[in-house]
Design a protein around this ligand. Structure first.
Ligand code: FPP
Length: 248
């Protein structure tokens, strides 16, 4: 029977690794006449829903963009508020996340963080290290270009021959499968310097929903769309049984 959409022939219907640009907190708050910081707080609730949704859907790795290298250029009040929110969330949620089987990792340049945030980041990573239901990577002060330069510097310092594989091994998340699906909320259609290397063959999914509105239903819709995509990784479509019948 003819199907309306191509099915995902080269991968499981559920992505192993989902990356997310959580955009639209500010607009969500402004539309409600709230300060932008309120949008970020509701954004944390959306992230908690996403974690539960990923666990329910058997996604293994989730990587979220919480603060980019470029976000320092926002008004000082908003930056201060975001950093304070990260501290509060880590204090409040780390134990609960571990209880759900979530292993936490933070990726990005840590030089700019104060001692309190650094300590919370490090203890969250250590305390959750035994968890394996979902690997949650939080990109904080992260930029894709920073990641590539940092990896190139590490490779140069190692003295290894400069190959694609050697460079890849020094990038953030090198030990994990590359993202299968990137979700960006907020209606913009760009990568904004997120995981530039790792997203080379990732399926891109954009939604107009603002991040605080993103829920289990929205996640299911993104995964359903992913399942309809045909991933070829630069190759040709895999022959199907129907193709075989036609040739024969
Ligand atoms: C982008 O929306 C969102 C951010 C820069 C912050 C995202 C952070 C969270 C959801 C909190 C997560 C917390 C932890 C501990 C991981 P925007 O402000 O650019 O929205 P706009 O495009 O509408 O202005």
């Amino acid at each position: 029977m003819a199907t309306k959409h191509k099915t995902n022939k080269s991968a499981a219907a559920v992505p192993r690794h989902i990356a997310v640009v959580m955009d639209g907190n500010g607009r969500w708050a402004t539309r409600r006449l709230l300060p932008r910081g309120a949008g970020h707080k509701f954004g944390v609730d959306a992230l908690k829903r996403l974690v539960r949704g990923c666990i329910a859907q058997h996604v293994s790795v989730l990587t979220v963009f919480a603060f980019s290298s470029e976000n320092w250029s926002r008004p000082a009040d908003e930056v201060r508020g975001l950093l304070e929110l990260f501290v509060q969330v880590l204090q409040r949620e780390t134990a609960e996340l571990a209880a759900q089987g979530v292993r936490l990792r933070f990726v990005g340049c840590r030089d700019a963080f104060d001692a309190r945030l650094l300590e919370l980041i490090e203890s969250a990573e250590v305390d959750s290290a035994a968890q394996s239901r979902l690997q949650l990577n939080v990109a904080l002060n992260y930029g894709g270009r920073w990641d590539i330069v940092h990896a190139a510097q590490a490779l140069a310092a190692s003295g290894e021959p400069f190959t694609e594989q050697a460079l890849a091994s020094h990038m953030c998340l090198a030990d994990l499968p590359a993202p299968d699906l990137l979700i960006r909320t907020g209606g913009e259609h760009r990568l904004s310097n997120f995981l530039l290397w790792q997203l080379a063959y990732t399926e891109l999914y954009f939604t107009d929903l603002l991040w605080p509105e993103f829920d289990e239903k929205a996640l299911a819709a993104a995964i359903a769309e992913y399942a309809r995509r045909e991933r070829r990784f630069g190759g040709v479509p895999a022959p199907s049984a129907a193709d075989g019948l036609r040739v024969a």
